[in-house]
Design a protein around this ligand. Sequence first.
Ligand SMILES: [Zn+2]
Length: 456
Amino acid sequence: MISIINIPIVPTLNELDFDESSNILNSEITEINNISNGGHRSAKDILKYIIPALALNGVLDVNDPIIHLRISGDGRNVGRRLKQVMITMTILNDIQNIHKPDYHYTTVLFPGIENYELLEIMMMPFIQELDDLKNYGLKIDEIVWKFELYFSSDWKFLSICLGFNAANSNFFCPWCQISKHGQNNNQTNWKISKEIEKINEYPGHNKRPLFYMISLNNWVPDELHIMLRIWDRLWSLVISELKESNQFDDVCRKEIMQEMSRISVNFQFWKEHGADAWNHTSLMGDDKLKVLKNFNLGRILPPTRAKKIRELWNRFNQIYFNLKTKDYDVQQFQFEVEDWLELFLTPDRIIPNSNRIEKGLYSPSSITPYIHVLVCHISEFMEIHQKWGMKAFSCAPVEKKNHQQVTHFFRQTLKGGGSKHKLVIRDILEYENRSLFYLFNDNTISSKPKKLHIED
Ligand SMILES: [Zn+2]
């Protein structure tokens, strides 16, 4: 018989029914009359279970009892009208396993959208636990473990948890006071300058951060989304260039699809019935990287133009690789991103002794918030978190976990409608309890490692 670790699954809110059709965004959340049960697993209970095992493995050191705890969160669609939000934590010290979804432990799970007021309610017990961990540590077998806390997610989720109104705001950056209209977008000397203790004094920060106990240096942008979103911008700049010169026709679209097929990327263009605009397949991260590395731009652009954009893409690909390389030289990285931005902003040039103009690349208005973060803040984050490397803050494993939970628990359950939703949340959290047991018991580790001894 295998016993199952019993971490209680506590409904975050009891006996409140969730009306799937109501629009949470438009209602006053304080009424709390349309929020359903979420589930919560105690972070302390999970830690009490895994810390002794990690200490026994030598991953944690009882003589230096500091735990680096990373929080992440992500929303997901689990059906046409069903959404869920998942909050996870992971132990950075366990660096060997940091890229595996199973080692990101779900603490809070609820049906609903990524929204400040909802998160505040659903995460209340979790936030209290983090506050305790930060202030008092956690005592296990006479050892008081201290905690350094981190947060990592995509831009949207990070902004929400920071109480920051990023969308369409003039002041768009969570870390510095750059403004959209200040025409200073192409300067690169912006540093992390805000402090969490004073965060509500800066423009755009109109709510108290949900993780107010985490220092702003430890709110780390996710490398995966940096690549995904900057790729989106680079791709859309090429498409708009084709459109502006009236070259985005059937022949061109066919060339693009054939070239995608050549580099083994499944990609289609199509029109919705009655609509004018062309849609195209939205690509996953791996496919985006294939395009970034291998797409032959010469099939759709004149040779000199293709060569120029190809160089921009190649160098971005190299920068993304270096970003993920642990112990990569920080100054060298900063030099490379500034150089890349300069290339991105190549102005038009009059060809000497002629009236012709050689077209440059893009204008400062094409710089996105993610490009700003890449150029201005990533090297600083690399330096601050050199011990772990930027890849340790990647949200790829959290997204993978998200995907696994959806495919594992929802494909069948939701066929009968959303009525089983609550049960599914419970199922997922119970499954997580069980997997914790399997993860930490294969070395015959029990919750009391002190009693173990080696027999000859
Ligand atoms: Zn900034």
